[in-house]
Write a protein that binds this ligand. Structure first.
Ligand code: GLU
Length: 311
């Protein structure tokens, strides 16, 4: 019977892969292989100002060097704008998205006026100013109205939960929840510069590509509740989520392109993969790339069984 599993790796081409992004790529590939599923690569170049020329080809080459080859041709988000527009139009038509005229400083001023803490991870929690209209100002961005969307899987809000609280079971982190309205507020779907936001693009594409399992770095876990709310609003099935441990830099912070993580040298793929493996609880001894990947897949499959030790 063919597997209904479809996984993906969705890098933003803001630079080459580094040690941390290889862990996420490897974990998503291993999980797909362990489930006899398909594995896709999607280049998330929707935030064009942050992309570097040639970054996409570099990443694809690095993945190939490590033997992580997608089962279909990769897709580029920059070529999929009409899909995001259609989703935004659908949400708007149903009163679940609205235009917003607020500048960052206006949001900051409003939060101060309300006596709220300014930000969370540097992001301002939107106070809902434009929920009831633009007050004669021009629209800048489009926001999602955070509220519960009843579905057959989640028919009624449970007493004691606020309406925008999302609960999900992460296959690595365990039970998770977030009240999106409180933690983030009505979040942006289309930015003031006209670009579609990551949250909308990722949800539309994961559904369009039939992604059943999202395996990605733990730094992205905080986005999951927003994405589940959007899936419910758009009538889409939510995939399963597994957030992998992060590679930490010398300063103890998450290794990222932003804090100067070095580009991964994949000319020696076994060296790169051997460095990634322990983060995922794998210990592989192999002298060829194909043996390495076979062993790693078998180990991963054991970790992911109901009685496995987990990552
Ligand atoms: N494009 C995102 C990033 O590189 C990842 C998106 C995802 O896996 O959901 O950070």
């Amino acid at each position: 019977m063919p597997s209904s599993y479809t996984g993906r790796f969705a890098p933003s081409p803001t630079g080459p892969l580094h040690a941390g992004s290889l862990v996420a790529a490897l974990a998503s590939w291993l999980d797909a292989r362990a489930h006899q599923g398909r594995w896709l690569v999607r280049i998330e170049d929707v935030d064009t100002p942050r992309c570097v020329p040639g970054g996409d080809q570099l990443i694809l080459q690095q993945l190939m060097n490590c033997g992580l080859t997608p089962d279909e041709s990769p897709v580029w988000q920059s070529q999929r704008t009409p899909l995001y527009q259609a989703a935004l139009d659908d949400l708007t038509a149903r009163g679940l998205a609205y235009p917003c005229a607020c500048t960052r400083s206006q949001i900051q001023a409003e939060l101060e006026r309300q006596g709220h803490a300014h930000n969370r991870n540097g992001e301002l929690i939107y106070p809902g100013t434009c929920r009831n209209g633009l007050r004669g100002q021009p629209a800048r961005a489009w926001r999602f109205l955070t509220q519960v969307i009843p579905t057959t899987a989640h028919p009624e809000p449970v007493e004691g939960r606020t309406e925008s609280t999302v609960h999900w079971d992460d296959l690595h982190l365990g039970p998770q929840s977030q009240d999106v309205e409180k933690a983030v507020g009505d979040f942006v779907l289309q930015r003031a510069d006209g670009l579609f936001a990551y949250q909308l693009a990722v949800v539309v594409d994961d559904a369009a590509q039939g992604i059943s399992h999202i395996v990605r770095g733990q730094d992205l876990a905080d986005n999951t509740a927003r994405q589940i709310l959007l899936q419910r609003a758009l009538g889409l099935t939510s995939p399963q989520y597994l957030h992998t441990p992060l590679v930490l830099g010398e300063n103890g912070e998450k290794l990222s392109k932003q804090n100067g993580a070095q580009a991964l040298d994949t000319r020696d793929p076994l060296h790169a993969l051997n460095a990634a493996a322990p983060v995922l609880g794998l210990r592989v001894h192999a002298t060829s790339l194909s043996d390495w990947l076979v062993q790693a897949t078998a180990q991963w499959a054991k970790l992911r069984t109901p009685h496995g030790a987990g990552l």
